[in-house]
Structure formats: C-alpha cells, structure tokens
Design a protein around this ligand. Structure first.
Ligand code: BYC
Length: 326
C-alpha cells in the first residue's frame, strides 16, 4: 500500500531523446532502476505486465499442487508439499508488492487476471491426475522456473531483482524435492515407475512452452533485453533447460517423449547440446488464450477466493478509516 505514494513520481517527464538516451546509459552501466527514479512509461508498463503475470502464475500455481495436499502418501511428503505450496503463495505476495512499487494496485492486477486481460503461465492449465505429477511439477516446472528466474536476479529493476533472489533459493528446494520424489517412484515397483513415465510424457512439452514463444515470434524480447529486464532470449533459456534436464531423466531411467531428441556436438559454440523436436505452438497459443484443459477452473477458483476475501478487505479499510478519524 505504501507504494501508492509513488504513483506519478515521474509524471512530469518529457520523454525526449536526451531523456531516453540518459536512461539507456544507466541501464548499460548496470545501475539498478529504483521506484522513485524517472523511467520511460514503456519500461514501467513492461515491468507491470511481466511482474503481474509472474505474480499471478505463482498464485494460480498453488492450485494444481494444492489439489494433492490431503492425499500425500506420507507425513514427510505432506509436510514438503505444504511448505512448497506456501512458498509459492509467498512468491506471489513479494511479486505483487514489487509491481505495486510501479504504481499499480493489487486490486487492479487481480481484476485484470479475472477478466482475462492479464496472463499467467500456460503450465498451470494442465491437470494433476496422479501423485507422480507432484514430483514432475517440482522437477520440471520449478526447474524451468529456476532457469528463467536466476537471470532475473540481475534484472535492471531493483525491487524485481531483489525479490527474485529469495524466490530462486526456494525454487531450488522445490526442484530437488520434486526430482527426489520422481526418483523414488522410479526405484519402486514397475507400476510406480510407469506412473512417473506417464507423468513425464504429459508434462515435458508444456514445460518447454513455459519459456514462451520462439525468438522469431516473441514480441517483447528485443526491447526487454535492451533494457536488461531479460538477460537471455526465450529460446536460449529453453535450450539450457533441455541440456540440463535430459541427463537427469537418463539417470533415473525415464525417457523424454521426443523422437527428434539428439545430441549435437556442434551446438552451444562447440560445447554440445541437444537438438529437440518442434513445439506444438497451436496448443501453446490455445492454452494461453484461455482454452486449455483447466483455464476455466483456475479462474473460477481465483474468483471465488477473491470474492470470499471481500469482507477481509472491507474490514481492513474500515479499521484504517477509524484509526485516521481517531
Ligand atoms: N504462458 O514476447 P513474449 C513458476 C505471453 S511461475 C502464458 O516472449 P515476454 C511457478 C507473454 O506474456 C512461472 N503466456 O513475452 C509457480 C506475451 O503476452 P502479452 C512464471 C505467455 O514477456 C508455482 C506473449 O505471450 N514465470 O515458476 O518477453 C509453482 C508474447 O511473449 C507464456 C514468469 O512469469 C506462457 N508460458 O516473455 C511452480 C517469469 N509465454 O503479455 C513454479 C517472468 C509468453 O504481450 N516472465 N507468454 O499479452 C518472463 O520471463 C517472461 O514474461 C516470459 C515471456 C518468458 C514468460
């Protein structure tokens, strides 16, 4: 709420070439941009869009896993899952706060999510029908998140970069507990191993889609790289993720569902890397535009939570008003 005082902090700025050049010089010198600093409106809007989408993803991301808390097969697994889901809620809150420093309110961001104007990660529109999905989400989804978010710790906008440091530490724990869960299933009965393989088959391609459209179709990458909001392109991060994950799958005897997957020693400037098959971009855009298997359920759950919490927000406002009057 404190951030509301920052709205319009730079509203008198004339965005002439001298101003834009001076701003770019600060970025090129690796200076952090802070909430009260003058910034181009387009830089502000890009961050509001991206941090807002990220915050919504963390909160919606609690739903597929929350679905399994009451059915975790042991106390140890239940404790780890509860902690993980709670961490995701915390990430959402840091991120909403970081976005608020740019002059947007949490209410506005939530309304945009519920109306379909603001996006959240496509990955959370897939269902979690088996216990193995909980391990696969930690391993692949949090694994992809780390790959994408470690560079965001060096984002040019200070509050986002700083929020990412703790988020990445927690995502690292999430990734490890997920991989350990899948590994345990692979070392169990044939049925348990088959459950892990089935889960990998369903989550592999959606995990690759988390990195966004290919570089040729990404509308925002060029400008975001220039402003050092993003440090790597979508395709570069996707490649790093594939290269890091294939050996992990091999170690536990699982097969990635891609017939075009092949080691290519010439890739990555001669260091080697994997060639992989074409992503189904029609499916990606269908899910992003609201037509995935779980989109309607996810938004319905968020709307219910928002409506059910209305009395808390009203009570807090009434209390604040009473304190001012007293
Ligand atoms: N899903 O020009 P592009 C988590 C949209 S949470 C949906 O490449 P940009 C976790 C994109 O927004 C993971 N939409 O955009 C939580 C844009 O649409 P608009 C979330 C997508 O911003 C709980 C359009 O497509 N992580 O890890 O340069 C449990 C064109 O794309 C997706 C973040 O949010 C997608 N997959 O790059 C476990 C990280 N991809 O806005 C784990 C921060 C693209 O023009 N965000 N779109 O209408 C980013 O790094 C970037 O925003 C993206 C996209 C790489 C996602």
């Amino acid at each position: 709420m404190y951030s509301q005082g920052l709205i319009g902090a730079d509203s008198n700025i004339v965005e002439d070439q001298a101003f834009l050049d001076a701003f770019q010089q600060r970025i090129d010198a690796e200076e952090k941009i802070e909430p009260n600093d003058p910034m181009p409106q387009a830089y502000r809007n890009t961050l509001i869009r991206m941090i807002g989408q990220h915050a919504h993803s963390e909160i919606v991301g609690m739903l597929p896993e929350g679905n399994w808390i009451t059915r975790a097969p042991s106390l140890r697994r239940k404790v780890a899952l509860l902690a993980k889901v709670q961490d995701e809620g915390g990430h959402g809150l840091y991120l909403y706060s970081a976005a608020e420093t740019l002059g947007v309110s949490r209410e506005q961001m939530t309304e945009e999510l519920l109306s379909g104007k603001a996006k959240y990660s496509s990955i959370f529109n897939y269902p979690t029908p088996s216990w193995a999905d909980i391990g696969t989400i930690g391993w692949l989804v949090d694994g992809a998140a780390i790959m994408n978010q470690v560079p965001l710790c060096r984002c040019s906008y200070g509050p986002y970069a700083r929020a990412m440091i703790r988020v990445c530490k927690e995502e690292s724990f999430h990734q490890r507990q997920g991989y350990e869960l899948v590994k345990t299933l692979c070392e169990g009965t044939a049925e348990q191993k088959a459950m892990a393989q089935d889960s990998l088959n369903r989550w592999w391609w959606p995990s690759l889609m988390m990195f966004g459209p290919s570089d040729t179709d990404s509308q925002h990458s060029d400008q975001s790289m220039k402003w050092k909001i993003k440090r790597f392109t979508n395709d570069a991060l996707r490649q790093k993720f594939v290269d890091a994950t294939i050996p992990q799958a091999e170690l536990i005897g699982l097969h990635v569902p891609d017939k075009d997957l092949k080691w290519n020693e010439n890739k990555n400037d001669g260091k080697g890397g994997y060639d992989f098959g074409e992503i189904d971009w029609d499916e990606f855009w269908r899910v992003v535009k609201g037509h995935g298997l779980m989109n309607k359920d996810r938004i319905k759950a968020r709307k219910k939570a928002w409506d059910d919490g209305a009395w808390v927000r009203e009570a807090a406002q009434a209390f604040a008003k009473k304190n001012v009057a007293a």
